[in-house]
Design a protein around this ligand. Structure first.
Ligand code: FES
Length: 263
């Protein structure tokens, strides 16, 4: 589907440079979507050497628009950061397995950096503020996310300013929260870079928490064909009929139970 860009707003400026963007485009004609699912997106007319679309978690879908967050990490996302109102993008989705939804279950949302996007989607689609608890560890100002309703719901947050001690402090917060939710049979949902997810996975195993992780793997096709997004899996995944030892993050994920994958 070809859709029009409504706006592309920078946020979370670091050292004078805008690294994060909220891209708002017109709403696709979707019957339904679920938090944790993603879209593949590229600017229309993308040059041949940059022909691959990129995967982005769905952050918000309203009557009028679809929003994704992205971080400038390379040439492709740099190009996306230059999109302006009225430009066209090619998009397909919604793709992938969404987060589990358990109404009335205390749910801890853990975000590492831009991994907050699908958790924003979750918080907006399942608005139970007393069950939601967000933590994020990126070096950006607190409460900088461009949705006030979400900023109000962040009940604990940490951001990294000074380096290793801040990171250790943040991971302490994460572990304490996971332990607390595990004790009340809550659910833990996390998204962020692999080292962050690895830490969450280890804490979840240590405290026997029910935990789902949304991977940020690189993807090329988005539909299970190119094997560019393969992740190692445990026998828990094999039991579900997926080929022994590996699964495509785009097709079988990006959301997995934490005991189904090896990071
Ligand atoms: Fe091609 Fe997952 S991106 S198989």
């Amino acid at each position: 589907t070809t859709l029009t860009v409504l706006d592309n707003v920078p946020f979370g400026t670091v050292s004078g440079e805008s690294l994060f963007f909220a891209l708002r485009i017109e709403r696709p004609e979707w019957a339904d979507w679920q938090p944790g699912q993603f879209v593949m997106l590229r600017p229309e007319g993308w040059a041949l050497d940059m022909m691959w679309a990129r995967p982005f978690s769905i952050c918000r879908v309203s009557k009028r628009d679809l929003v994704i967050f992205f971080q400038v990490v390379g040439r492709g996302t740099k190009r996306l950061s230059q999109l302006k109102t009225g430009d066209k993008v090619v998009l397909w989705g919604p793709l992938g397995t969404p987060f589990a939804v358990e109404d009335k279950t205390p749910t801890l949302l853990l975000a590492g950096g831009i991994g907050i996007a699908p958790l924003v989607a979750y918080a907006q689609k399942h608005p139970q503020p007393w069950n939601l608890h967000m933590e994020f560890g990126h070096r950006m100002p607190l409460n900088c996310y461009p949705f006030e309703s979400i900023n109000e719901r962040i009940t604990a947050a940490s951001h990294l300013e000074r380096g290793p001690e801040d990171l250790a402090h943040f991971l302490d917060l994460v572990e304490t929260s996971i332990k607390e939710y595990a004790e009340s049979d809550g659910l833990v949902l996390a998204c962020g870079p692999t080292p962050f997810l690895r830490a969450v996975q280890a804490f979840a195993a240590k405290h026997n928490a029910r935990c789902q992780l949304s991977l940020e793997n690189r993807m090329a096709c988005g539909v299970g064909a190119c094997l560019g997004c393969v992740t190692k899996t445990t026998e828990k995944m094999t039991a579900k009929g997926v080929a022994a030892g590996r699964a495509q993050a785009c097709e079988h994920g990006p959301v997995f139970w934490s005991d189904q994958i090896i990071l």
